[in-house]
Write a protein that binds this ligand. Sequence first.
Ligand SMILES: Nc1nc2c(c(=O)[nH]1)N[C@H]1C(S)=C(S)[C@@H](COP(=O)(O)OP(=O)(O)OC[C@H]3O[C@@H](n4cnc5c(N)ncnc54)[C@H](O)[C@@H]3O)O[C@H]1N2
Ligand code: MOO
Length: 401
Amino acid sequence: MALMPFTDAMAAILKGADALPEEMVQIEDAFHRVLARDIASLRTQPPEAMSAMDGYAVRAADVTVGAKLKVIGEISAGKPFDRALAAGEAARIFTGGVVPAGSDTVVIQEDTARDGDIVTINEAVPVGKNIRPAGVDFNEGDVLLRAGTRLADRDLALAAGMNHPQLPVHRRPVVAMLATGDELVLPGATPGPGQIVLSNGYALRALARAEGADVIDLGIARDTLESTTAAIRRAIDLNVDVLITTGGASVGDHDLVQQSLVAAGIEMSFWKIAMRPGKPMMHGRRGGMRVIGLPGNPVSSYVCGFLFMVPLLRALSGRSEVQHVREAAVLGRDLAANDQREDYLRTRLEWQDGKLVATPVMKQDSSLLGNLAVAEGLLVRVPHAEAATAGDPCAIIRLPT
Ligand SMILES: Nc1nc2c(c(=O)[nH]1)N[C@H]1C(S)=C(S)[C@@H](COP(=O)(O)OP(=O)(O)OC[C@H]3O[C@@H](n4cnc5c(N)ncnc54)[C@H](O)[C@@H]3O)O[C@H]1N2
Ligand code: MOO
């Protein structure tokens, strides 16, 4: 198969990636879940005009400096008053108290003097002051949260204020992660000659979890067709939504992932993509299960996981925005002309004189975890981009913190 352009690969991965079914969750469990339906308010907030301050509810027409009003009762939050104010009357009121009929203004207590049931007004106050009108926040029936929204902390407060104890959200995607390679050992082991400590899975798992996925670790498959195919079949049996493999993607004699995927009945849509890092990446499907075969090099696996797995998980989660945002920046150093592969350079980012300056790290080798960790973003270079000099405009994508 020919190298697939980046945008075609993205389109293939997102093709038919519809939101997973809806489920109801308690609002306590809804943080960062994705709304499956628009949410309308079940109530008006505030339900009636309420005082914003501790003071006295009055009729503005009665209020002049030095006016003396009769205090006819007290209103606190949740304890409304059943009488209307008549001329010359005031009601003691506390923050959140319902403003009584007949009153149109609240004078704060600091601007009054109280003597028995008489309150003297010491400052002029404009009509309507210190009153929150009914519905000033929202009204019953207002749609304030839209389907496709990933619920932020403030959204939960809003949903609660709208009186929703539960929310309809999309089911979380289930992702299985499979590492491949005879040379891999787990962190903490004493590696034998030529052995490598497995690192890819940790970043990828974190990326997937940050997108709300549940992650199943399928461990490490050995570099045999049997071992790799058996692990892929396990993912099929577990009915996962997404299988992510790392390593074994290239053309070497021990790179068996593509062959194993085909042996397990996965229909491949592409293998090899015109980007750097990540050239040997592959993708396929079997029923509802989508597979992204990531290259083994740690930077390649992370960058491709970030660029492709994240939008896929967002689509399956029902999010309305799935793509990473590209921002304008200026180059912090000169760059040579690009070849035919779209390049995603690990870059430092800093603000200088009001401009976002992107300075790619000098060594872009796809095995360098240290350089990946210091990078704050990816600088995008389209295929065949001409040589560029420091100060030229460029596009970046921020990496997660
Ligand atoms: N003749 C060619 N050789 C290679 C090509 C090519 O086009 N022609 N492409 C190169 C590119 S680009 C990449 S990227 C790599 C990817 O190869 P694989 O996906 O087959 O990766 P492996 O060989 O399995 O591993 C590469 C490297 O990464 C280490 N690794 C693997 N898994 C992990 C892990 N989970 N955690 C940490 N490190 C891991 C592995 O030990 C190797 O050192 O192929 C090039 N070759
Ligand atoms: O694409 Mo490989 O990921 O260049 O090292």
